[in-house]
Design a protein around this ligand. Sequence first.
Ligand code: DAH
Length: 366
Amino acid sequence: MTVSEQDPVQQVKAAREAFEREFERFARFTGDGLSNSSLSLTQAEAEQRALAELRSRHTGKKSALAACKKLIGRVPADERAAFGQLVQRADQAVNESIEEADRNLKLIIDAARSERESLDVTLPGRRARAGHLHPITLMRQRIEDIFVSLGYIVEDDREIETDFYNFDALNISEGHPARDPQDTFYTSEGFALRSQTSTVQIHAMQRRGAPVRMIAPGRVFRRDTPDPTHNPMFFQVEGLCVDRGITMAHLKGTLAEFVHRLFGPETRTRFRPSYFPFTEPSAEVDYSCFNCSGKGCRICKHSGWIELGGSGMVHPNVLRAANIDPEEFTGFAFGLGIDRTCARIYQLDDIRLLFENDVRFLEQFR
Ligand code: DAH
């Protein structure tokens, strides 16, 4: 038996049952089920589309219900009124169910939309993340403060140099073995990235003449392979004091005062004979360990001393290269590593950490 040959009453029943079966999943948008809806906006919109599709399938022109309506005129006259009512009730029930679910879905969608667009003014604000200075900058500023208070000016000079300033004027002639450990990077035009801040000694004396008292913090570059204690770019502070009657005692007194202020008044200094082409005599400077006061610990590698840098009395050739008369003026100079000191103080196992710009690391040093 095909559908049209079926008993008309059975046809209405079948149409209604088919609808009920499919509508079951939308029942949660009618009556009580509604209160616990936790649909996202996208889900609710998808449900709305599915419902519209169900509506056109069950109430449209080609729907089973529409076919039932056409049957009304064909049933025997005495059954027609009752059959008509049956069809009408089924049609009403189907439409009402769909309407109710659709209304409620609209409410859900509206609520979800307005929630998405609403601004909760009671939420705590998001605090702007305050930046802070890099540990090397902090250390540089501490060093600058100390020397400024001792009457030094702070020089900031170029990082790209000629061989003259990086080597010759510092009494390191071409072919001098001291050029080797200071090997640096060159531009295609033959300029050198300075391998030491000692270059600023020459610039400062040429610019200011004597007497002069200056420090020059800044970047220097060397052709070193990076490892835990080396980086091809690092920071130094140069110091220079030139005047009449300057002696090694002034050098020792100045650096002793410097470490007192940086690490505390109990800090001692030690000068070891050394060699630098631009000073004569030359000395390596150590200070007693800030952690164990010289008894020996992990930080000072159990020696009690930590190396501060190089120093010495400015070589007469260097004064001459800057047009200062070594018969009238003498001076002392020194060079310290900022990042090395930083790494010691913060007990960094690897100096490269300072240059990786990992905020999680840097944040620890405010
Ligand atoms: N320029 C030297 C270096 O990079 C450090 C140094 C040593 C600087 C002695 C000085 C000095 O001014 O007198 O190793």
